[in-house]
Design a protein around this ligand. Structure first.
Ligand code: 3PG
Length: 213
């Protein structure tokens, strides 16, 4: 599967901030059980690379990618830890070039027409639209599509997306998936409440099925 198909297969991608490596495996198991096997483990914490490696080792049903890739070093660490794709909140041509050189499937972030244009020139098959709600939401994506649809670009909006508005995004055919932290609330993870996380994942995956059939 290429990155577009991978992200599309789940429709909703939990954006994960793991503080402790030991949270990774039970968390991934809960998300897979809830029906959301495609995960974005963000490099916002030191535990990220170890968490990705642990999930790869112990939860083979999970498809684990790395998020918040802001440096080439993080990109390499993500690939070495076994991540099968990378995501960034913004567009950085240096990181795009490194991803290409490493043959690492990568989804850069954009919030404007100029950034989208640059991402396409750099060869991105899809982009994260971030921060989705603050940057204009579904309306902005539809406006961008007016000019860019013919390129075949696909979107993954993230930032301010939640269960109450994700349906509006997923109804747009060019939006292959939405990302969000709402499926893994900080408090639930800190408390080890994996049942609550599984329930949030199940609600999200049920909505994807309802919309996509
Ligand atoms: C991200 O980087 O993808 C965002 O932090 C997710 O935004 P959210 O917390 O509003 O879901």
């Amino acid at each position: 599967m290429n990155i577009v198909e991978t992200l599309k297969s789940a429709g909703i991608i939990p954006v994960i901030v793991i503080e402790k490596e030991e949270q990774a495996v039970p968390l991934a198991k809960a998300l897979v059980k809830g029906g959301l096997p495609v995960l974005e483990v963000t490099f916002r914490t030191k535990a990220a690379a170890g968490a990705i490696a642990a999930i790869k080792r112990e939860v083979p049903e999970a498809i684990v990618g790395a998020g918040t890739i802001l440096t080439v070093e993080q990109l390499r660490a993500a690939k070495e830890s076994g991540a099968v794709f990378g995501v960034a909140p913004g567009f950085d041509p240096v990181i795009m070039a490194a991803a290409k050189a490493e043959q690492f499937p990568f989804c850069p972030g954009i919030a404007t027409a100029s950034e989208l244009s640059q991402a396409l020139t750099a060869g991105a098959p899809m982009v994260k639209f971030f921060p989705a709600e603050a940057a204009g939401g579904v309306k902005m994506i539809k406006n961008l599509l007016g000019a860019f649809r013919f390129t075949g670009v696909k979107f993954m909006p993230t930032g301010g997306v939640n269960l109450s508005n994700v349906g509006d995004y997923l109804a747009v055919p060019e939006i292959v998936a939405c990302g969000g932290t709402w499926i893994v609330p900080k408090d639930a993870l800190a408390a080890g409440d994996y049942a609550a996380i599984e329930k949030l994942a199940a609600d999200a995956s049920a909505l994807v099925k309802k919309i996509r059939g």
